[in-house]
Design a protein around this ligand. Structure first.
Ligand code: TA6
Length: 310
């Protein structure tokens, strides 16, 4: 069983426009699709789509929080959230022909120390019956940027593997707790080191610096160029056949879901990476966030090549 943690959950609203976006104009939305969002809930949907067992937890509140739990029930995803006084946020993704995907991410509501303490108590209890934990996304207001350190320490003390997928200060602090696996994308890697990276060799050099921090699995997602994985002193690069992406929102979350399953299944590093790149690429072919068609996954998986680099 995989436990997904989403502290800054969201009602993800995808707006599909028939016309190219014209800033400053009134744009009519051709179709609107609402999903239970926030990175960890995209992870939850994809774990289930891949045939895994998943339990979603985190913080939800208000009418949006009720709607989110309703949407998860519709997706038949089990959840046990801590309920807060604030209102769960919305995140907008505008999809159209001029710019592709443009996201507007709300900050999230204010969380009290008592609400966070209640979540941590609930989280500790949930650890007993699961194998792998994923910690994903930004943090709502009032939650310390060091919260992932606490959650990683508790998971590791309980003997669980824990994946961290966040950015900025919460990622930098979380590293110190040595999560089992991290998956920054290239932009997040550049931001972490304050550099510009222009080749896969450079990506690997910086990934090695993260691995040197004592992180067992370091994955760097590279969009259409696949992903690299560093584990036990070996570097792997998995690349998919080229595709024409439809909606790339949720690809990183889809990879996290596949990597969590790979760890739970004790797959080889090579298989973990190949499967994760195939799932992330299949998600890019779907209009829906955190979703893929099985036929797409099956054909993409066959075309993923894995290179052992050193
Ligand atoms: O990765 C896509 C996504 O999960 C969207 O669905 C939206 O919820 C956003 O990211 C949330 O990102 P954040 O970093 O604020 O947790």
């Amino acid at each position: 069983m995989i436990l997904t943690v989403t502290l800054n959950a969201s009602i993800d609203k995808a707006y599909y426009l028939a016309e190219p976006l014209q800033p400053g104009k009134v744009m009519r939305v051709k179709e609107c699709r609402n999903t239970a969002g926030g990175k960890g809930l995209n992870v939850s949907r994809v774990v289930k789509l891949c045939g895994g067992q998943v339990l979603a937890t985190g913080l939800v509140g208000g009418f949006n929080g009720q709607y989110l739990e309703y949407l998860l029930k519709e997706d038949k995803i089990a959840s046990q959230f801590t309920h807060v006084a604030g209102e769960t946020r919305s995140c907008i993704n505008v999809l159209e022909s001029a710019y592709g995907s443009t996201e507007f991410l709300e900050a999230g509501c204010q969380i009290s120390q008592a609400e966070l303490a209640e979540f941590i108590t609930n989280y500790r209890a949930l650890l007993a019956d699961i194998e792998v934990v994923t910690l994903s996304g930004s943090l709502p207001q009032g939650v310390s940027q060091s919260v992932y350190v606490t959650l990683i320490d508790l998971a590791k003390k309980a003997g669980k593997q824990v994946l961290l997928d966040s950015s900025g200060e919460s990622f930098r602090l979380g590293l110190a707790a040595k999560p089992s696996l991290i998956k920054p994308n290239k932009d997040e890697l550049e931001a972490f080191f304050g550099v510009e990276i222009s080749s896969t060799e450079e990506t690997i050099a910086y990934a090695k610096k993260l691995a040197a921090e004592g992180i067992d699995y370091v994955v760097i997602s590279l969009g259409g160029d696949g992903a690299v994985l560093l584990h036990d002193g070996v570097t792997y690069h998995a690349k998919p056949q080229p595709i024409k992406p439809v909606n790339t929102v949720g690809c990183g979350d889809s990879m996290v879901a596949a990597l969590a399953l790979g760890l739970e299944r004790k797959d080889s590093p090579e298989e973990c990476l190949k499967y994760a790149v195939a799932v992330g690429t299949a998600n890019a072919l779907s209009q829906r966030t955190g979703h893929f068609e099985q036929a797409d996954l099956d054909s993409i998986y066959q075309g993923v090549t894995v290179q052992l680099l050193d």
